[in-house]
Design a protein around this ligand. Structure first.
Ligand SMILES: CC(C)(COP(=O)(O)OP(=O)(O)OC[C@H]1O[C@@H](n2cnc3c(N)ncnc32)[C@H](O)[C@@H]1OP(=O)(O)O)[C@@H](O)C(=O)NCCC(=O)NCCS
Length: 148
């Protein structure tokens, strides 16, 4: 398995993967942008089996999306993609990474907690279809964060 930055040629495979694994993620959000990095997990002979999207602003990073194809979960790919997102954020001098996750998405929250994220707040009814709160999580990239 290889984790690498997405290339233009990955676009249709990424859109197909997102449609299956994370349908709320808009297809145009894979467009290249200076302040955003898409990482892909490639597993021969299956092709792309996961992706992570990280957005950067000054010394902050946001993990905007993370998904692994249904048949390839619980094999460490989600954790490996998040680790790669951390490395990418550190290279860009980010000191903290934030994310939002559905309150009912216990799989993702377990993964994030295991990698050092802590919940620091909640946005009521943030998501739609179905309506659900967002749990706000964050982790320090070079040192533990002070308590809020
Ligand atoms: C969340 C997601 C990315 C996890 O990917 P994954 O490759 O299965 O995760 P990993 O195999 O790296 O799991 C690492 C750890 O996270 C936790 N975890 C992952 N899936 C879990 C689940 N279904 N239930 C409980 N814990 C889970 C476990 O602690 C796991 O370690 P373990 O397998 O040794 O117990 C994947 O389930 C997914 O794509 N879901 C749909 C999209 C989504 O919800 N994305 C996140 C919101 S943006």
């Amino acid at each position: 398995m290889t984790i690498r930055p997405a290339e233009a040629a990955d676009r249709s495979a990424l859109q197909a993967l997102a449609a299956e694994a994370l349908p709320s993620w808009p297809p145009d959000a894979f467009a290249p942008a200076d302040a955003r990095q898409t990482l892909v997990a490639e597993l021969p002979p299956h092709g792309l089996v996961g992706f992570a999207v990280v957005q950067f602003a000054l010394d902050e990073a946001e993990l905007q999306a993370l998904a692994v194809a249904a048949g390839f979960r619980r094999q460490g790919l989600g954790a490996a993609l998040t680790d790669a997102a951390f490395a990418c954020a550190r290279r860009r001098r980010a000191r903290v990474m934030f994310l939002e996750v559905r309150a009912g998405n216990h799989a993702a929250q377990a993964l994030y907690r295991g990698l050092g994220f802590e919940a620091y707040g909640r946005r009521p009814r943030y998501y739609h279809h179905p309506e659900e709160d967002a749990v706000l999580m964050r982790t320090g990239l070079d040192a533990p964060l002070p308590k809020i």
